[in-house]
Design a protein around this ligand. Structure first.
Ligand code: GLU
Length: 549
């Protein structure tokens, strides 16, 4: 942005403060600023409709509008323009609500200086640009807004906040693989994103799904960072993905795709660098192919390059079902905190893949009545409780729940709104939104999926007293047992299943207890409390290591 002039719309009714900002911006040459100052919302809207504003500096309290209303009305007229809220020290809550609503940053009026103002504008403009291009993704936006909210409340170091907003490394490949028919070659987009390289190797799954894009993989990598930090694992977060529908590929095509993926990213993965694992659309077999391709490349067997491998190749007992098992451990813990037993409680599980089907099994084993489950196309309801084992047999045979005879078919929307003690979304992101959060009738919301709930929905659930087990805590069992697999692999040791489950339970319960304590002490929702636990750890590691060079 060296030779550029940026147009700043300064919306501020205090003439003294407006002059101060104009003076501070007037000193800058690279970039130069064209400041348009207005003192009312009406004037601001009038200017915005003319277009060509690069950034809005907004005072929320104006003569003709106040608080969040000001923010939302400005945003309605400038959906793509970054907005930086200016606030007094005594009204940080209001500013953080504006950030939740999509503001790029906020500045404390009492602490304003030229450097902080320029940095804030620079990053706001850069971020808006990145978002408009390759990072554009509702999921990445959600991950960033969750992080910003927690970072503000925790008072995270400003430099570290800017570093953590985007992943440190992202690699994209246009990846070719041969189809079975004739000599047809398919080219698909593939990603590996490493969010934080400060904590040790990076860790995270690989997702094969038709909606995968850089923004989604970046969001998932960011959540991996918080998951690992919250559970005190020695990893930073990573994630990989291929934009492909794996259900349309034959096993041979899947194998060729996977081997090519491995060879494209071979320079940045490795047992000490970045350790992939299964995620949506991938499984132990995919991990075996990755391990084999990597091992062929270096010339000897390297089981620890991936986790979630088949047991005979050095996989860990309990890894396959770990995410679902961990989720149910935490649900049990939450039920106890609320004063009721999981045994006899009612549960609804959205999603019947690896996480959902195992969660449903363990819920049923703990004595809960699982009254509804769903997969991509079908939701089944039975108020007497569904026979989970039979459903799993059915899915093993038919792949999907369609036409399964053990319950009444209902819609996905009806499933989410069923009255129950525990609702576990274990499918895709963006399921619980401002639209349906007010209609949920569960006491505990346990996020087996990553990113199932929007920020607006978080607020509604908090007001309604629903106990939230946020994704970075609730589904961390998978990566915890991945860590055990990695440790066992490096030591060439096998731990018994009981030891694995017990260690996992201890780690998860400890993370939950710390989160609950922080939530209660600082009157925070569970997601923000968990995020703060996590980012304090990453933040202090960053500060201790310092910045090279
Ligand atoms: N893909 C899983 C997750 O989202 C597991 C990652 C891992 O085990 O490394 O947590």
């Amino acid at each position: 942005m060296a030779s550029q002039t940026l147009t700043v719309l300064l919306v501020e009714d205090n003439p003294l403060y407006a002059r101060l900002i104009q003076r501070l911006l007037g000193r800058s040459e690279h970039p130069a600023f064209d400041v348009v100052a207005v003192g009312t919302l009406a004037k601001a809207v009038e200017r915005l409709t003319l277009g060509a504003v690069d950034v809005v500096l907004l005072d929320l309290m104006l003569p003709d509008s106040s608080a969040l209303d000001t923010f939302f009305r400005i945003r309605a007229h400038a959906a793509e323009t970054p907005i930086i809220v200016q606030t007094a020290l005594d009204d940080v809550t209001l500013a953080s609500r504006a950030v939740e609503g999509g503001a790029q940053d906020y500045l404390l009026k009492d602490r304003i200086n030229g450097a902080s103002l320029l940095r804030s504008i620079h990053y706001a403009v850069e971020r808006a640009r990145a978002r408009g291009a390759e990072w554009h993704s509702a999921m990445f936006h959600l991950a960033q807004q969750q992080f910003l909210k927690a970072a503000y409340i925790a008072g995270l170091d400003d430099n570290i906040r800017q570093r953590l907003l985007f992943p440190e490394r992202s690699q994209i490949a246009a990846l070719p693989f041969k189809r079975d028919q004739g000599n047809q070659v398919e080219t698909v987009f593939a990603y590996r994103v490493q969010h934080v390289l400060t904590m040790g190797p990076t860790k995270g799954g690989i997702r094969y799904h038709p909606d995968v894009d850089l923004g989604e993989v970046a969001a998932l990598a960011m959540w991996m960072t918080w998951k690992c930090a919250l559970t005190n694992l020695p990893y930073g977060g990573a994630k990989g993905g291929v934009r492909v529908d794996p259900t349309t590929l034959s096993p041979a095509e899947l194998e060729r795709l996977t081997r090519r993926y491995t060879s494209e990213f071979i320079g940045i993965i490795g047992p000490d660098k970045d350790v992939p694992a299964p995620d949506m659309g991938t499984d132990a077999q995919v991990m075996a192919w990755i391990m084999d391709t990597y091992s062929q490349h270096v010339g000897y067997s390297v089981p620890s390059v991936v986790t979630g491998k088949p047991i005979v190749l050095g996989g860990s007992l309990g890894r396959n079902e770990a995410t679902g098992r961990g989720l149910v451990y935490l649900i049990e813990h939450a039920c106890r905190s609320l004063g009721f037993a999981l045994n006899g409680a009612t549960a609804v599980v959205q999603g019947f893949g690896n996480v959902g089907s195992h969660a449903a099994t363990f819920l049923a084993e703990s004595g809960a009545k699982v009254i509804a489950v769903s997969d991509v196309a079908t939701a089944l309801y039975n108020p007497q409780g569904l026979p989970i084992d039979k459903l799993r047999d059915y899915v093993r045979e038919h792949r999907l729940l369609a036409d399964c005879p053990y319950g009444e078919a209902i819609s996905n929307r009806e499933l989410l709104e069923l009255e129950c003690d525990v609702l576990a979304p274990c499918a895709l992101q963006n399921q619980i939104t401002a639209e349906n959060a007010g209609k949920l009738k569960c006491r505990i919301l346990a996020e087996g999926a990553n990113g199932p709930t929007t920020l607006e929905a978080d607020e509604i659930l908090k007001e309604r007293g629903v106990v939230l087990l946020p994704d970075i805590l609730a589904n961390a069992g998978g990566v915890v047992v991945s860590y055990f697999e990695w440790v066992q692999g490096l030591q060439n040791l096998m731990w018994p299943l009981e030891e694995i489950n017990e260690r996992m339970r201890n780690i998860l319960t400890d993370a939950m207890t710390r989160t609950q304590r922080r939530a209660e002490a600082d009157k925070l929702d569970m997601r923000t409390a968990a995020m703060i636990e996590a980012l304090n750890r990453v933040g202090s590691a960053n500060l201790l290591r310092g910045l090279f060079p």
